[in-house]
Structures are given as C-alpha cells and as structure tokens.
Design a protein around this ligand. Structure first.
Ligand SMILES: *[C@@H]1O[C@H](CO)[C@@H](O)[C@H](O)[C@H]1NC(C)=O
Ligand SMILES: *[C@@H]1O[C@H](CO)[C@@H](O)[C@H](O)[C@H]1NC(C)=O
Ligand SMILES: *[C@@H]1O[C@H](CO)[C@@H](O)[C@H](O)[C@H]1NC(C)=O
Ligand SMILES: *[C@@H]1O[C@H](CO)[C@@H](O)[C@H](O)[C@H]1NC(C)=O
Ligand SMILES: *[C@@H]1O[C@H](CO)[C@@H](O)[C@H](O)[C@H]1NC(C)=O
Ligand SMILES: *[C@@H]1O[C@H](CO)[C@@H](O)[C@H](O)[C@H]1NC(C)=O
Ligand SMILES: *[C@@H]1O[C@H](CO)[C@@H](O)[C@H](O)[C@H]1NC(C)=O
Ligand SMILES: *[C@@H]1O[C@H](CO)[C@@H](O)[C@H](O)[C@H]1NC(C)=O
Ligand SMILES: *[C@@H]1O[C@H](CO)[C@@H](O)[C@H](O)[C@H]1NC(C)=O
Ligand SMILES: *[C@@H]1O[C@H](CO)[C@@H](O)[C@H](O)[C@H]1NC(C)=O
Ligand SMILES: [Cu+2]
Length: 612
C-alpha cells in the first residue's frame, strides 16, 4: 500500500521542522550541601546539585529554550542563578542577581529560570546572591555551534574551568573581611587553585588532532595565566564573541573571563606535555609559604610515558607576557560605535568609612542593595520609572534611553586589578592603559594615569567585544555599548570580595520598554513573599510617594573630617587591633556623620603609610 503523496510531503516537513526547530532543554536543580575535597587537602561543605559536585555542565544549542527549575534545599542560605554572558533579551527577570532583578530565593523555595539562548559560545552559570558562588555554586554553560567559522578546524571540544579555592565556607570568611580589623581591605587568601575542580588532570589526546579548548575562570578572586608547554594556541572566541584566529603563547584569564582556543596536537606520542596555570600572585597581599600558585596538568599523549612537572622560565608571574585581548578582531566585523549619546566618567577607589572598614566606590558611591529589587521598582513605578531618583541614592542607578550609544570611562584610582562585568551586553573595548604585558603592573607604584578624552590612542575600527574586561592597577579602560536590550543590568567588579565592598552600579535600560515587554512570573513574586522582601515601591519600599526615599538602605557614613583613611590605617597598625577596634567604634559613634574632606586613598598608599 502506498502512502498518499500529500501525507509523505507532510511527514517530510515534520522531520525537517524537528531538525531545525529549537528544542526546550530542562534541568531540575535540587541545591543542597554536599561534602567534597577537590584539592586533596581538606573536606568541606560545597553547594551541590542533585547530590553531586562538581556541578553539571549546562549544554544547549543556539536557539534552545533553557529551563532551569531550582529548588533551594540548602536549609540555611539564600540562592539564585545568573547565566553569565546571556543577554536575556526581553527576559531581564531571568538574569539572576538578587535585589537587582529578583529576590533572593530563601531555603525551601523554588524558582524557575526560563529563557531563549540566542547566542553561541562559552559561558558559565553561578549563584548571584551575597557570598554564594565561592562555595562551589558555579559551572560551565556551553552553547554548541556546528556552523562557527572554525567548526571544520577542530575534531573535538573540551571544557576546562579554573578557580581559586577556600577551605572555609564563605560565610565564615566574610566577617573577617569587611571589618575594622582589616582596614586595608586585604582580600582573603585562597587555600589552593583548582583545574576543572580537581588537580593533576591527565587529558587524553590523539596525535595530529585539533581540539577546541573552552577555558573558563570560574573563580571568585584570582586571575590565572594559562599556557601549554611547546604548544601554540589560536584564540577564536572570547566571552561568547567569535574572533579572527590570533596566535597566543600565554593567556591571562581573569575571574569570569572565557577564552576558546584551537590547539593542534603533535604527531609524536613519545611525551606528555604540561598544561600550566599560574595564579596572579600580584593580587595577593600575602603569599603563604604553603600556597601552591602553579599547577601542572597534562596533555596525555602516552599513558606509559612520564608526566613531568612544568619548568618555569621566569622569576615572577608578572614577567609572563600574556596575549593582549585589545588586539583581537571580532569575526563579525561590528564597527566601532561612534558618537556616544551618554558618556560616564567613573573612578574606582577604596576608602575607609566611619566603621573603620574598607569599602569600594565608583565616584564615591559604594553600591548598597535597595529594599526592593530594582527591576520590581521599574515594574511598579509607572511613568516615574524613567526618574533615577526612585532607585535610591546608593544603588548608583543610571537610566538609559533605548538605542543610546553608551560610553563608560573607568579610571582606576586603586592599585588593585578589577575585572568588570556588564550584564545584558557584550561591550566594545575601545581603549585601555596600560596594555597587557611587561608594563601591566608598572603603574601600581606611581600616580594613577587617567583617561584623556582629548588625547587618547586611536580606537580600533572593529573593537574586540567581551562581557568581562580587566581594569589595570591605576590605569583605565573605555568601553561602549548600544542600549538595545531593555532591562536592568548590573555592572560590577567580578572579584566577589570587591562586589561585597560595593564595587557595582546598575543600568536601567529603557524602563518603559521593560514594563511593556517583560512579564514577571507570579512565582518570582512568591519567592519575595517567602523571603519577606518587598516587591513593590521605590528603593526604600515606599509605594505611596516614589520620590520619597526616607528609610532607604544607605552606605556607612564617611569618616569625620580630619580623619584620613591613612591615619586610621597607621593607627590600627600601631595599636593592638582588638582593643583598638572597640575603641574606634565607640569614638566614631560619637562623632558627626558627614562626608570627610579626605582625598581617596589607595590601598598601596595605606600600606606605605603603614610601612613608614
Ligand atoms: C532535594 O534533595 C534532598 C536531599 O536528597 C531531599 O531530601 C529533598 O526531598 C529534595 N527536594 C526536592 C524538591 O527534590
Ligand atoms: C518558558 O517560556 C516559554 C516562552 O515564554 C513558555 O512558552 C513556556 O511555557 C515556559 N516554560 C516554563 C516551564 O515555564
Ligand atoms: C553538532 O554536531 C555534533 C557532533 O557532530 C552532533 O552531535 C550534534 O547533534 C550537532 N548539533 C546540531 C544542532 O546539529
Ligand atoms: C551564532 O553562530 C552562527 C553560525 O556561526 C551565526 O550565524 C550567528 O550569527 C551567531 N549568532 C550570534 C548571536 O552571533
Ligand atoms: C571538566 O569537568 C567537567 C564537569 O565535570 C566535565 O564535563 C569535563 O569533561 C571536564 N573536562 C575535561 C577536559 O576533562
Ligand atoms: C603531523 O602530520 C601531518 C600529516 O603528515 C602533517 O601535515 C603535520 O604538519 C604534522 N604536524 C606536525 C606538528 O608536525
Ligand atoms: C610511550 O612511552 C613509552 C615510555 O617512554 C615508550 O616506550 C613508548 O614507545 C611510547 N609509546 C608510543 C606509542 O609512543
Ligand atoms: C611558579 O611560577 C612562577 C612564575 O612563573 C615561578 O617564578 C616560580 O618559580 C614557580 N614556582 C614553582 C614552585 O614552580
Ligand atoms: C598625548 O599623549 C601622549 C602620550 O601620553 C603624549 O606623549 C603627548 O604629549 C600628548 N599630547 C598632547 C597634545 O597632550
Ligand atoms: C535584543 O533584541 C532586539 C530585537 O531583536 C535586537 O535589536 C537587539 O540587538 C538585541 N540586543 C542584544 C543585546 O542582543
Ligand atoms: Cu575588583
């Protein structure tokens, strides 16, 4: 019996549709504590998913609908998920940062994330409530693409993460960080560095083949140098943006950055080769003698040959000369965005506030979370959503109009390195000083060098784009993006310690378009109910008068005039700190709460004062 012809063509159409139609990929995440010991040095509690750690890699194809049903089974800690690098176009409510686009999901509550993946490349996901991803709640998110320009050039792809690792829970470390006992803001020193959440990995490879290595720094703090002995890498993607191939011997991968590189194997199987990661120890205020900064893992060509430790050729990691990502050219040749409609001139500083602890600032504002998640203020403020006042004085919110070209000039008044991440966009990197390489750290000892709009280096015709860009010590960077994605987008340093010190601000992009195009699922508001967090009103939770911010959360008061941060640091170091800590709190409690006249002081200067 023959099938009717029309039925056959109908069947063919169904088959075709099934092949090119995007699918829904669903993950059920039951988030609970589990025990792990990835460096072989200490058992600790980590955030597991469905009883497992390392966490599952999320894998999707471009165009898929990704659904993640998260149940918070931690019992004692709130959580959320940010899908780092996903533009969340029309789904800003699925972006994940607590108190920015959602409420923190309390223990016993669930939240469903549901959005279309309209991008290619290498991403990751991580918890985005206070202090939660360093406890292990982070993993790779890969968007496969069989039609990338380099798809024919590799045989297989491998995902490799790297991270700093602490033996204590973040909640145990945090109280020792922002405190009068740590006025220089010295970041907690990691206990080790992991390679793909373990150590001593042997990656079996076949001679002559080419691999696409997707390298992701999922760490909370420390950048890492990466190279493979006797092998050249060809960079083809940074942070989800395809680039023209660029040969590199060494990469510098900051927290949150990704590099995809093509590596062709040798034909000979006589030897195994070291894959080397070197933690950027310049970021560490002290280097404990038992901290292993360099790790050797291997390309395994021959399991019966030896696995030699890497031989280091330089005396200090800052002598390693990594590839400068400013030189990359995006494969799509998106031209330089010209004539910005908005140009923001921002300066990073670290300053001691009235409680004697060190905080981080963008133009003297230390991000302080609002009482209502900023997106929910947008949704409930009506036409006042275009007035930045309603988002409060300490969220550092900037309202953008749809379609504007936005420029951010970020000057670094601090001696630390800050990998800045913008949610909702990949931005163009149009200038940076100093460049990666041998002079990267030279300026940390002199005066900050600020961007001069009247005299800058020529901008690239096709600027590289990425979503996380390293701001050099006492240097600057300049980036641009087009406000073509209505949403509430966090812009912050990806060193989790610095984020907790307030190194963040918020872009409210086309708020009236958000109101039109975004529908918040009832379940997301239910999470607020469960968490006891308001989901209507301005930053202070006021639903009657959106311009009345009384009761809003504020940053700690400034030191009283006459007391400089340097003075405080000198004092702290010359006295017994426990005794002094109590004395200072009492003293400042009596003083006027007003902004002091002191100039921003960098940490290095403070340290010098202490050394003097
Ligand atoms: C999550 O896992 C815990 C521990 O295995 C289990 O007790 C709980 O019932 C699970 N919850 C859900 C919603 O799956
Ligand atoms: C996810 O979103 C799509 C598009 O809005 C919708 O059709 C679908 O029902 C949603 N799925 C879930 C599980 O919420
Ligand atoms: C891409 O190629 C891989 C390996 O050949 C295959 O398993 C996968 O189904 C392909 N994906 C798509 C969307 O065609
Ligand atoms: C994803 O990759 C495909 C094939 O290389 C390309 O056509 C498409 O433009 C890419 N998508 C984005 C958002 O860059
Ligand atoms: C790295 O770890 C992830 C998660 O366990 C795994 O899927 C991946 O294959 C590992 N990569 C390599 C190169 O072994
Ligand atoms: C390995 O062998 C292939 C085929 O003979 C050759 O084209 C290639 O250049 C060789 N690779 C190296 C690194 O010598
Ligand atoms: C693997 O290494 C061993 C020890 O060096 C050597 O004897 C052997 O010939 C090698 N095998 C291959 C296939 O190269
Ligand atoms: C680690 O790497 C640095 C810089 O590459 C080097 O100076 C140092 O000697 C290495 N340390 C060890 C223990 O190999
Ligand atoms: C512009 O900057 C360069 C490099 O810093 C400097 O050498 C030059 O003198 C400056 N030109 C002017 C007109 O300021
Ligand atoms: C968001 O989608 C709009 C409409 O398709 C598009 O014009 C815009 O470029 C997208 N923005 C981003 C950041 O992908
Ligand atoms: Cu930082």
């Amino acid at each position: 019996m023959a099938f009717p012809r029309h039925l056959l063509s109908w069947l063919a159409a169904v088959v075709l549709l099934a092949q090119c139609q995007a699918k829904t990929v669903t993950y059920d995440f039951n988030v609970t504590w589990v025990t792990a010991n990835p460096d072989g040095l200490a058992d600790r509690e980590v955030v597991g998913i469905n009883g497992q750690w390392p966490l599952p890699v999320i894998e999707v194809d471009k165009g898929d609908q990704l659904v993640v049903n998260m149940y918070n089974g931690l019992g004692d800690k709130s959580a959320s998920i940010h899908f780092h690098g996903m533009y969340q176009n029309t789904t800003t409510d699925m972006d994940g940062p607590a108190m920015v686009t959602q409420c923190p999901v309390p223990p016993g509550s669930s939240m469903t994330y549901n959005f279309t993946v309209n991008q290619n490349g290498t991403y990751w996901y991580h918890c985005h409530t206070e202090y939660c991803y360093p406890d292990g709640y982070r993993q790779a998110l890969i968007v496969h693409d069989n039609s990338s320009w380099f798809a024919d050039e590799y045989d297989d792809d491998l995902t490799i993460t790297m991270t700093d690792w602490y033996h204590e829970l973040t909640e145990e470390i945090a109280p020792t960080f922002i405190t009068v006992d740590n006025p220089t803001g010295a970041e907690p020193i990691p206990d080790s560095f992991l390679f793909n959440d373990t150590l001593n990995t042997k990656i079996p490879v076949e001679p002559g083949k080419t691999y696409l290595l997707r390298l992701i720094n999922i760490g909370a703090f420390v950048a890492q140098y990466f190279y493979i002995e006797d092998h050249t890498m060809r960079i083809v993607e940074i942070d989800g943006i395809y680039t023209d191939a660029a040969e590199a011997d060494i990469l510098y991968i900051s927290a949150a950055q990704r590099y995809s590189v093509l590596v062709t194997m040798k034909n000979s199987t006589e030897k195994n080769y070291a894959i080397v990661t070197v933690a950027d120890s310049v970021l560490l205020d002290i280097i404990p003698s038992d901290l292993t900064l360099n790790q050797t893992n291997w390309l395994e060509y021959n399991s019966s040959a030896s696995f030699p430790q890497a031989v280091m050729t330089v005396s200090d990691c800052s002598d390693l000369n990594p590839y400068d990502d400013m030189n990359l050219v995006p494969n799509d040749r998106m031209p330089l965005l010209e004539n910005p409609d908005v140009s923001l001139d921002l300066t990073v500083t670290m300053q001691v506030l009235d409680n004697g602890a060190d905080y981080a600032f963008l133009n003297d504002i230390s991000y302080t979370k609002p009482k209502v998640p900023t997106l929910y203020t947008v949704m409930s403020a009506g036409s006042l959503a275009t007035d930045a006042t309603v988002y409060g004085d300490y969220t550092h919110s900037v309202v953008l109009d749809e379609g504007q070209v936005v420029e951010i000039i970020l000057n670094n008044g601090d001696t630390g390195t800050h990998p800045f991440h913008l949610h909702g966009h990949a931005f163009q990197m149009i200038d940076r000083f100093p460049s990666y390489g041998e002079h990267f750290y030279d300026y940390a000892d002199g005066d900050p060098v600020t961007y001069n709009a009247a005299n800058h280096s020529a901008f690239p015709a096709y600027p590289p784009r990425r979503d996380t860009f390293v701001l050099p010590p006492q240097g600057y960077f300049v980036i641009r993006f087009k406000a073509d994605n209505p949403g509430v987008w966090f812009f912050h340093c990806h060193i989790d310690w610095h984020l907790s010190q307030g190194l963040a601000m918020v872009f409210i992009e086309a708020p009236l378009a958000i109101q039109e195009r975004v529908t918040i699922p009832q379940q997301h508001y239910d999470v607020c109910e469960a968490a006891g967090v308001a989901y209507e009103g301005n930053a202070a939770g006021n639903t009657e008068d959106y311009t009345d911010l009384s009761g809003q959360n504020k940053q700690i008061a400034w030191l009283p005039g006459g007391f400089t941060a340097r003075g405080i640091v000198a004092l702290v170091f010359s006295c017994v700190s426990a005794f002094l800590g109590m004395g200072m709190i009492a003293f400042y409690g009596l003083s006027d709460i007003k902004k002091g006249a002191q100039a921003p002081t960098t940490r290095r200067e403070e340290m010098r004062e202490h050394e003097d």
